[in-house]
Design a protein around this ligand. Structure first.
Ligand SMILES: C=C(O[C@@H]1C=C(C(=O)O)C=C[C@H]1O)C(=O)O
Length: 373
């Protein structure tokens, strides 16, 4: 993807420090930036429950779990533009003097050095592994975050473009609202995409690093099992609201310098008025939460030791009248002041070990670390 001319580039970077609500995203295997911009004077609409999204249209950022600090937001598409020329035209009309006031984002002061981070992670791992080995849970996803200082010349838009150029298979996004702050992500995981009666979701789990440019295929039983849990859950859930379910996989799919096991699920929906209800059934899948679902959804925030915020929530374009492309918010980072907080997790089974799982989160975080410069 081309870098836009300097004036536009600087304007978009400054918008990430303003009260303007916008998202720029790029779908997999395309080279087209899409801007969704809400009128500057309006506050972003929030929601507490995915079912409130029934019948709505807009760019969604929903947390893993709702809290007053982290509501879901819907960026209303008052303006939509594709390609830098059109985006420039739309942004020209912004009243940049009044809108470019720094948003009151609270500075996070978490400094998780690696040693400290690994100690916390291992303690959380120990809390997770006990109920897994006792059989209370079949699978739990344990995640962590890490905060880094950004380079002085850091540009959110350059990071977005770096991600577009490095990760053609992923959905890349740069999202900003005063409520959520600024998020940049490269996600490989669709939660719900489609239009009319043709819909798609994926079961994505199991992780190995790429071997140079070769995709490894020697999946362990643990990886196969944790992906099978996600597939089983999706099969059951889709049957509640969809019909004509077809399935392809599992097969090995690349995501940056990692590979995952992936199964595609295609199905039909009778109508699209209740996409919010469908999302509340789907989210959170055992790719980011666990089984049994509800117990895992309560166990994780109480035992993980930090707040996932928008990581492992939902991000993307929702349009009940048109084409929807919603993803799980993975391989993402929150930009705040001169720092960034990166997030990553992985599925834990009774056979898991803390060191291997820690390494997996390091590999996943590298997806974002690579594009910071
Ligand atoms: C939880 C993450 O990724 C998810 C978990 C995976 C796993 O456990 O192997 C693989 C892909 C994703 O569904 C993440 O990237 O943080």
């Amino acid at each position: 993807m081309n870098i836009p001319e300097t004036k536009l580039h600087q304007l978009i970077d400054r918008l990430t420090q303003s009260h303007v609500c916008f998202a720029i995203y790029r779908l997999p295997w395309t080279d087209e930036p899409i801007l969704i911009l809400q009128n500057e004077t309006e506050e972003v609409e929030t929601f507490e429950d995915l079912s409130e999204l029934n019948g709505k249209t807009g760019f969604i950022l929903a947390p893993f779990r709702y809290s007053p600090e982290h509501p879901g937001v819907i960026i209303r598409p008052d303006h939509t533009a594709r390609e830098w020329e059109q985006i420039e035209e739309v942004l020209q009309h912004l009243n940049t003097d009044s809108s470019l006031i720094r948003s009151a984002e609270t500075a996070e002061t978490i400094h998780t050095g690696t040693a400290h981070g690994k100690k916390n992670y291992t303690e959380a791992f120990n809390r997770f592994i006990v109920p897994l080995r006792e059989g209370t849970f079949k699978k739990l996803v344990l995640s962590r975050n890490e905060t880094l200082d950004l380079p002085e010349n850091f540009s959110p838009l350059r990071a977005f473009i770096n991600a577009c150029n490095s990760y053609p298979r992923m959905m890349i996004s740069l999202t900003h609202t005063p409520i959520t702050g600024t998020w940049i992500g490269s996600t490989p995981e669709i939660i719900l995409s489609g239009q009319d009666n043709q819909w798609h979701t994926v079961s994505l789990a199991g992780t190995m690093p790429m071997e140079g440019e070769v995709m490894p295929e020697n999946w362990s039983d643990k990886n196969r099992e944790e992906q099978a849990f996600v597939s089983e859950y999706l099969r059951k859930t889709i049957k509640k609201f969809g019909s004509k379910l077809t399935e392809k996989g599992p097969y090995t799919a690349r995501a940056g310098q990692l590979v995952h096991l992936k199964t595609d699920f295609h199905f039909c929906l009778k109508n699209t008025d209740n996409l919010g209800d469908i999302l509340s059934e789907l989210h959170p899948t055992p790719a980011v939460c666990g089984l049994p679902k509800q117990a895992a959804y309560e166990f994780i925030p109480e035992n993980e030791g930090y707040d996932r915020s928008y990581y492992s929530g939902i991000i993307g374009w929702l349009d009940s009248q048109g084409h929807t492309t919603l993803y799980v918010n993975l391989r993402c980072m929150h930009i705040h002041n001169a720092q960034t907080t990166l997030y990553a997790g992985g599925g834990i089974l009774p056979s898991s070990t803390a060191d291997t799982e820690w390494e997996e989160t390091r590999h996943k975080m590298n997806t974002m670390k690579q594009i910071i410069q």
